[in-house]
Design a protein around this ligand. Sequence first.
Ligand code: F0G
Length: 448
Amino acid sequence: MSCSNGDKILRPEPFRIKVVERVSLLPFEERKRVIKKAGFNPFLIPSRDVFIDLLSDSGTCALSNEQLSILMLGDESFSSQRGYFYLIEKVKEITGFDYVIPCHQGRGAENILMDMLVKKEGLVVSNGLFETTRAHIEMRGAEGIDLPTPRIKEEDYLFKGDISLRKLRNILKSAPKKVNFILITLTNNSQGGRPVSLHNLRKVREIADEFRKPVVLDASRFAENAYFIYKHELPGKSIRAIVREMFSLSDIFYLSAKKNGLSHSGAIIGVKSRRLYENLSSLTLFFEGFPSHGGLPDRDLLLIAKGLEEIIDEEYLAFRIEQVKFLGEKLREAGIPVLYPFGGHAVYIDAEKLLSHFKNGFPGYAFASEVYVEGGVRVGVFGGKLSGGGTPEYVRLAIPHRVYTNSHLLWVVDAVKRVVERKKEIRELALSYSPPRLRTFLARFRQV
Ligand code: F0G
């Protein structure tokens, strides 16, 4: 920020608030009843009973005045509507991709893409698959393998979302026919939302070319990723140019517009070949809707186009990344085991480390439940036994875009700290219901 004491001041929100939504805190005893009724799974807490909601940064953003005003220009025709042409121009400008298909949300895009790209008994190698991505791969009888960078243990290495290039090459050498494609998630949600370096992406491209494998980007948080590169790897290059290069290193991308598209729904698939586009279009027609909207109203396509433009604003991204860091530093200063350096959308607490006295009992869910009871704060739980990704059980404090101020976050910090102070009293949980897949979201527990 340009002022006399430079970076030392807390960066304020680069927006002002025009519309507000009332939230209130239920009494303590009621919060205890609510969490029990929700089976100690924060995903199942009715949002009306939540005071501050850090469950997800997905589909939870506040809209801008420009997004709200463009909604009225939606052309709600059955197909080939005006908003589609506006969206593809915008996506082309930002990503360089010619062929674009909207879908209803990220997993809709995953369904269609995996149908086309995943082969039975095949392998998909990745820096980190999100849970829905992994489920779509496994559903088709294939396996998803995460290859986190060996530098993940280096205290100060920032790009902990990288893929291990050595392991990638080894797998491709030993089983070249089995690997269907390489999937790189930007930022890497299952590794703390940490970014992937441009260096790593360029090397992935080289290896993929050597073994003739396609590179697919899950670019759901591409702008946050680009900001880290801009700030720490290639400060001379503009954010737009970095975004362009990131996308240019892939063959196919998809992104959930609910994250860096600053929208409440939607996703986009981008491909470079006309043949692929035609195949995808017929699948879209089958599962999502007409390929010019993928099941979304035209107004949402306009919203996404605007959102994609708004997210690559340097001022906003600087605020965004600093807000995550602000929350993370407060927890770290209190000695809470958080993934460090922080990522772009959330702070992750290692619940297994924090509640190391737990023998078996789902420390992430137990801790998240207590944070709700303590402060009416809803946080997410990812990884651990229920996810199949091989990471510990994390409590994730994801910050919705443009929704909460830093004083909301101070309330969150206090609630978390109070729970940590009484951590020895937290009771372990046992599963009382577990669905066959995507268990993170729907599992229920009882206290033991
Ligand atoms: N890819 C990544 C990296 C994601 O984080 C998500 C969703 C998806 C794909 C699926 O997209 O929700 O639009 O169907 N992540 C949410 C989260 C649920 O809270 O991190 P979707």
